[in-house]
Design a protein around this ligand. Structure first.
Ligand code: A2P
Length: 273
C-alpha cells in the first residue's frame, strides 16, 4: 500500500502517515489508529500537546502489528523547551506511548531555548531512544543557526504545506540541505473547504480519485512526507490509496498555482503559544 523515503541517517519512513492533531484521545484515537494499521499505514504522527499519545500507544499495542513495524513520531512541547525539561518530557512521552523508543522525535516549534533542547535531542539520538531526530516549524533562519551548530543533521522539518500555502521555498531549501520535509495540514486543515474546490474536484474526476487523494498525490510527487488526519475509516483508507495513479505536470502546476501566500497556522517567526 505504501512507499518509504530514506531519511538522511538511512532510516526509512513511510511517505504517508496518519496525522492525529485534533483527534481526541481515548476511543476516537484508538479507532483511527486501528483503522489505519488495518488498511496498511505503518506511520503515526503524534505530539505531547495533542493529548493522545497514550491512545496511540495502546492502539499500536492492541493492533497485532509489531511495534518495530510502525513508525511513531512524537514532539517536544514549547513549555518543556522553555523550562529546559527536554529529557523529562521525552521520558514522559515514552511512558505514555508505552514504548522504549520512538522512530522520530521533533522539536515542535522554535520556542525560546530550542538550542538547548536540540542538544538534548542529540543525546537522545545517541542513546538509541529515538531512531531519528528533527524539527518542526523551523524557518530558514532557525535551520541556518541549527546547521551551523550541530553534530547531527535534523532528519526532517515538519512544516505547514497545502495547495493554498505550498511553502515551496522551504521545501526546496530543506531538500537542498538533505533535510526531509513533512507536511502538516496537508489537506488545508479542518474547516478550510479546500477539498470542495472545483479545480481539485475536476482533476480528481480525470483520474477517478477524490480531491483529498489528488492533494496527497501532489505532496508525494513533490517528495514530501504527508500526514493527513481523519477520524473516518473510509477517508483514512482513501488517503493511503494514492499509489496507483500519477498526476501529470500540468495538473501538478495547476495545484501549485492555488497558492494564496497565506498560512493557515502560525508563523514560525511570530507565534504566541
Ligand atoms: P475528518 O477527521 O472528519 O475526516 P489536514 O490533514 O489537512 O489537517 O486535514 C484534515 C481535515 O480534512 C479534517 O477536517 C478531516 O476531517 C478532513 N479529511 C481528511 N481526509 C479526508 C478525505 N479523504 N475527504 C474529505 N475530508 C477529509
Amino acid at each position: 500500500t505504501g512507499h518509504d523515503i530514506v531519511l538522511n541517517n538511512d532510516v526509512l519512513i513511510p511517505q504517508v502517515g496518519l496525522g492525529v492533531f485534533q483527534t481526541p484521545g481515548g476511543q476516537t484515537t484508538i479507532d483511527a489508529v486501528h483503522a489505519a494499521l488495518e488498511c496498511g499505514y505503518r506511520h503515526v504522527d503524534t505530539a505531547s500537546i495533542y493529548g493522545n499519545e497514550q491512545s496511540v500507544g495502546e492502539a499500536v499495542k492492541t493492533s497485532g502489528v509489531p511495534r518495530e513495524d510502525v513508525f511513531i513520531t512524537t514532539k517536544l512541547w514549547n513549555e518543556d523547551i522553555r523550562k529546559h525539561r527536554t529529557m523529562e518530557a521525552f521520558e514522559e512521552s515514552l511512558e505514555r506511548l508505552g514504548t522504549d523508543y520512538v522512530d522520530l522525535y521533533l522539536i515542535h516549534w522554535p520556542a525560546e531555548g530550542w538550542q538547548d533542547a536540540w542538544g538534548a535531542l542529540q543525546e537522545i539520538y545517541r542513546s538509541g531512544r529515538a531512531r531519528a531526530i528533527g524539527v518542526s516549524n523551523f524557518a530558514k533562519n532557525h535551520l541556518d543557526e541549527l546547521l551551523a551548530n550541530t553534530d547531527v543533521k535534523p532528519a526532517v522539518d515538519q512544516i505547514e504545506s497545502s495547495p493554498t500555502f505550498p511553502n515551496q521555498d522551504m521545501i526546496d531549501y530543506c531538500h537542498g540541505h538533505g533535510i526531509g520535509v513533512e507536511a502538516w495540514s496537508p489537506l488545508g486543515g479542518t474547516g478550510s473547504g479546500l477539498l470542495k474546490d472545483d479545480r481539485l474536484l475536476e482533476i480528481g474526476e480525470k483520474y477517478g480519485k477524490s480531491s483529498a487523494q489528488v492533494v496527497i498525490r501532489w505532496h508525494l510527487q513533490r517528495g514530501v512526507i504527508v500526514l493527513p488526519k481523519s477520524v473516518h475509516n473510509t477517508r483514512i483508507q482513501q488517503n493511503i490509496n494514492v499509489f496507483d495513479f500519477e498526476l501529470d505536470d500540468e495538473d501538478m502546476h495547476k495545484i501549485s498555482a492555488m497558492d494564496t501566500g497565506k498560512r493557515n497556522g502560525a508563523d514560525p517567526n511570530n507565534f504566541d503559544f
